[in-house]
Ligand binder design. Sequence first.
Ligand code: CDT
Length: 306
Amino acid sequence: MRNLNVAAAQLGPVQKNDDRKSVVSRLINLLREAHSKKAELVVFPELALTTFFPRWFVDDIAEADHWYETEMPSEVTRPLFDEAKKLGIGFCLGYAELTKAGERFNTQILIERDGRVVAKYRKVHIPGHEHHEPDRPFQHAERYYFTPSTEGFGVWPAFNGRIGMMICNDRRWPESYRVMGLQGVEMILCGYNTPLHYVPDPSQDALQGFHNALVMQSGAYQNGTFVVGVAKGGVEEGVDSLADSSIIAPSGEILAKTATNGDEVITAVCDLDWCNNYKNTLFDFNKYRRPEVYGRITNQRGVVIE
Ligand code: CDT
């Protein structure tokens, strides 16, 4: 048995005028609650430090610089890092990153129980649109604010297991899980902000919870891995977003799920050896996969009809 007690620390809305200091103090409260539940690793949502700012467009992107972090930890986030190290608890945090070279990424960082930075992951699949779309009730201009990472999906030895990361829209793509599955991932950490209203096709609105569970439960099962999906939910600046944070087993079963759309901690004790029940049987990749006929997956982007 390799038990890892993991916490999903869901956030309720972060409004435009909520300053970083107040958000960091909410994160510390959640961290302490997770620690009181004996969690060893706490997963926070995507863009946890700010409101989901891609819902607004600014003509001059420099006007959005204040939403990004230029260092991590920064002065304002340092108390979170210090508290986690003091408690001996690890965490995963999503934030907007502005590099010294001026690149903008949607990023998640993973910190071990001793305060060591394990890894940084930058979002690969950037959804939404690049340009201002004035007819929408709200923007989803992630493609304006973030560059897609070309670094791909890593898996790192940490927390006595093999840990991977992905961010929000990445969870809808089977390739995200499989690339990590091929590196022996045992737990995937994923923060998200998912508006309930999908502007391009409102028929999907009522299915947001179903699709969220569908993709993460399938990805977990098909790759024999735990998945921890963590929302920033509730009504943020008038936009209602999905909560439904969950901890999913390699069987595809949901072990824990939030009951509210506000700040809430759920935990589950995850035996990472459970992954082997799937990795060594039905999903024994080495025995059963047929990469020689999967060429289109990497050689082709869109649909080709011949
Ligand atoms: N943050 C993020 O990636 N959200 C998307 C919303 C749908 S695309 C407008 C998601 O996949 O949940």
